[in-house]
Each structure stands twice: as C-alpha cells, then as structure tokens.
Design a protein around this ligand. Structure first.
Ligand SMILES: C[S@@+](CC[C@H](N)C(=O)[O-])C[C@H]1O[C@@H](n2cnc3c(N)ncnc32)[C@H](O)[C@@H]1O
Length: 207
C-alpha cells in the first residue's frame, strides 16, 4: 500500500509531486513573486502532461481487465467500510491500473515467468494482467489479508479464463511467504505491492 497525500481536490502517491504541492503552498503563503509561483505551476503541469502522454501511448486493457478496473472504481467502498466489512476505508488509488499493468505484463512475458508471486492483491488488477500473458500452465500466487477483498477479487478474476491461474493466499503476507518457503515453493518473478513498512521483510523472506 502506498502513502497517499492530497492537495485540495487533488490526490497523488508520487512523493515528488506531493513535495511540489507543499513548496507551492508555502510559496503562496509567503507571497513569493509570481514568476516563482508560475514556475512551480509549470512543473506541476508537466507532471500531468507526462501522465496523460503515458496513458495515451499505452495499449487498451483486455475486456476482462477493463471490467475489473471499472467494477473496482464503482464498488461502494465507503458503504462496505461503514458496514464493517473491510478492515479500513479502501481507496481505489490502490489499483495498479493499465499503465502499471502493462509494465508488469512486459516484465513477466520478457522473463518467460511461469510462476509469479504477488504480495498485495487488492482487486486483482496486477494478478490478472500477469496471468493473461502467462502460458496455460502458468501460476500466479497472490497474498491479501482483507477477507472481503479476497472474496470479491475471486469473483472479479474468475470472470476471465485466466482467473484459473490465480491462487489467493488469505492472511498477513509475511505468514504466507513463510509458509511458501517452508513448502519449498519457488517463483520466477515477485511483485511486492503491499504495506510499505513490510517491504524489507517481504524482500528478505522472498530471496
Ligand atoms: C497497493 S494494493 C495492491 C494493488 C494490486 N497489486 C494491484 O495490482 O492492483 C495493496 C494491497 O495489499 C494489501 N495488504 C496490505 N498489507 C498487507 C499485509 N500485511 N498482508 C497482506 N496483504 C496486505 C491491502 O489490503 C491491499 O489490498
């Protein structure tokens, strides 16, 4: 999970952009010359232009992935959290999305990985994307500790024929990784995308 910061109605996980917002706010508060403020605004505009450019140059997702992303965005997360069904108020910003999905697909297919491990599943965007470029006997094992997400994601990925390649391990990722290690399971490719404080442990246990 990535740390997320917000500026008025804008939201970003990019620490460079959130730092820029902080500096811009400070510059405005100090009443710095307009050239400085507009210079900072120009940098912010470049961030957005880069994102628009990258999205525009990325191929369309498969129908199944497109549906998964749409269903994720439209899910009543606030309501299910209020009803006590999820561990916390889930943000759709956790979804890896089409661009990151294609980077993963590229890496998995270039490395000819047949066994992939994902730490941090959310609604299965990364897992399904990787499964799509793997051979029929390929396997994606993915870890998720929120029982609501585990159930929901199973229904999302099973709408695709590639869903059968995906095994979901429910529970704290570190426990799942230790169990996999004890069973002597090995992987060709590992995508760590869960809680940041756990990354060093996930990395060390994985190797
Ligand atoms: C950034 S999202 C993963 C996004 C996903 N990889 C994708 O491609 O869309 C992080 C996920 O990790 C899960 N998570 C966070 N801490 C965890 C832990 N200690 N064990 C297992 N899952 C965890 C969260 O519930 C969340 O669904």
């Amino acid at each position: 999970m990535t740390m997320c910061l917000q500026m008025s109605d804008k939201i970003s996980y990019d620490p460079a952009l959130t730092k820029l917002w902080e500096v811009k706010r400070e510059a405005e508060k100090l009443g710095l010359p307009e050239t400085i403020i507009s210079g900072l605004q120009a940098v912010e505009d470049l961030f957005e232009a880069r994102e628009v450019y990258c999205d525009g140059k990325t191929s369309e997702p498969s129908d199944a992935l497109s549906k998964l992303m749409k269903d994720t965005m439209e899910h009543p997360w606030q309501q299910v959290f209020n009803e006590g069904k999820t561990k916390w108020n889930i943000s759709t910003r956790m979804l890896s999305g089409n661009l990151e999905g294609y980077v993963l697909k590229f890496l998995v297919s270039a490395s000819k990985a047949k066994r992939v491990l994902e730490v941090g599943m959310f609604t299965g965007c990364g897992a399904l994307g990787m499964a799509e470029v793997m051979p029929d006997d390929g396997k994606v094992v993915t870890c998720e500790f929120d029982p609501y997400l585990v159930k929901l994601t199973r229904t999302f990925v099973d709408k695709s024929p590639h869903g059968k390649k995906i095994t979901i391990l429910e529970g704290p990722a570190l426990d799942s990784l230790n169990d996999l290690g004890k069973k002597g399971e090995t992987f060709d490719f590992i995508f760590i995308d869960a809680d940041k404080p756990g990354y060093c442990d996930y990395f060390n246990v994985s190797i």
